[in-house]
Design a protein around this ligand. Structure first.
Ligand SMILES: [Zn+2]
Length: 383
């Protein structure tokens, strides 16, 4: 599906098919690298081989996404697709395990920073990094090759979009959320497609029934203000718990053992040690998404082009057009401080900072006023 030209960076090893042969960039053999994981009976040689053939997508490279991507890459999942619209900031370093101080000082896009960091510890896998907002117009193209989708977003709008896509495509996805000291996660295994079936999913079709989908459990996105990391704070340990459970469930699926996957919405508060599980083992027969197959989020109905990003900032993604950073720098230099690299341009004009991506998308920090953000965009970038 065609889409506006978002930045896509791919890091591809020359040899993704070889079993125990080190890639040209890595002198380390798979037998050495994965020896302890192969000793674990749930994975073993066969599971390790299946992981190498697998492709997992992680939506969002914030705290949960960075932890999940790190765990998947270290486990040897052969191809990772990472999608994130944001850039690294100093306040991320407390919990976002793939980033360092240099990334924050450079405002490196998170997807690219994650790709570079993964290449340092596992150069034998392929990482597709997409600096982009996941939207109805690009979701089919970005997630086409993935066997499973891991949610590491911070908003319900994107989660309902993933849920629509996953049910439509009969593709498993795993919800994960962390806030404060609390972690929650749920596996969604949609009904396998009658015509086209991903291999692992039909391994045992007689015993593997679909689970509830997100909309079976929560028919509507939460209304009113939702707690975010910016308002409620977050413990790094809660993030890592959510990611650990999520990735373990993904490893079961990718090693063709979907029958071992948990069929509940699990939540755990690490501070109080309170734990709860809601049964999610069966679809709701009146669910609008998985029973009636009404994919309203996938159709993009009511999706705003301007959104609050949580932390005193507004994202504008209504103008899809390539940007010439050098020309933009010349234009903006008289009005404030401008820096750019090949991935983004930073324009500082206190109290606002405008970050512009190569496809015309912008994040304006220093305001939650959409009208003001739009007028700053129109004035400095163009309407
Ligand atoms: Zn449902």
């Amino acid at each position: 599906m065609p889409h506006h030209p978002a930045t896509h960076v791919e890091d591809s090893p020359a040899s993704t098919q070889s079993g125990n042969q080190p890639g040209p960039t890595s002198p380390i053999t798979d037998a050495d690298r994965y020896s302890r994981q192969i000793l674990f009976p749930g994975i073993a040689e066969q599971g390790q081989h299946l992981l190498r053939q697998s492709h997992a997508a992680v939506i969002g490279c914030g705290a949960t996404g960075a932890a999940a991507a790190s765990l998947l890459a270290r486990a040897g999942v052969g191809t990772l697709t990472l999608i994130d619209r944001d850039f690294v900031e100093p306040s991320n370093l407390q919990r976002q395990v793939l980033f360092d101080e240099a990334d924050a000082l450079e405002s490196l896009p998170k997807a690219e920073a994650a790709r570079r960091k993964i290449a340092l510890f596992n150069s034998a896998i392929t990482v597709n990094a997409h600096i982009d907002d996941l939207v109805p117009a690009n979701i089919h193209a970005l997630l086409a090759g993935a066997d499973i989708v891991l949610d590491a977003t911070d908003n319900f709008e994107t989660r309902y979009l993933i849920n629509d896509y996953a049910v439509e495509q009969s593709k498993p996805w795993i919800y994960a959320a962390a806030i404060g000291a609390y972690a929650a996660t749920m596996n969604i295994l949609p009904k396998p497609s009658a015509t086209e079936s991903p291999a692992p999913y039909t391994l045992n079709p007689t015993t593997l029934n679909p689970t509830a989908c997100l909309a079976c459990i929560f028919p509507k996105p939460p209304s009113g203000p939702v707690e975010t990391c910016d308002t409620s704070g977050i413990l790094s340990t809660a993030v890592n718990l959510a990611a650990s459970i999520q990735v373990t469930e993904a490893l079961k699926f990718l090693t063709h053992q979907p029958h071992l996957m948990r069929r509940t919405l699990l939540s755990f508060d690490l501070w109080s040690s309170e734990r709860s599980e809601i049964n999610a083992s069966k679809p709701n027969p009146s669910c609008t998404v998985c029973a009636r197959r009404q994919f309203t989020h996938l159709a993009g109905e009511g999706r705003p082009h301007i959104t609050l990003c949580g932390r005193n900032s507004v994202q504008i993604h209504e103008h899809h057009r390539p940007v010439d950073f050098a020309a933009m720098r010349d234009r903006l230099a008289p009005h404030g401080q401008v820096r750019f690299n090949n991935l983004l341009l930073r324009f500082e004009r206190p109290p606002h900072t405008l970050t512009l991506f190569s496809d015309g998308r912008a994040i304006i920090q220093g305001t939650t006023d959409i009208t003001l953000a739009r007028s700053l965009y129109a004035r400095f970038i163009g309407s």
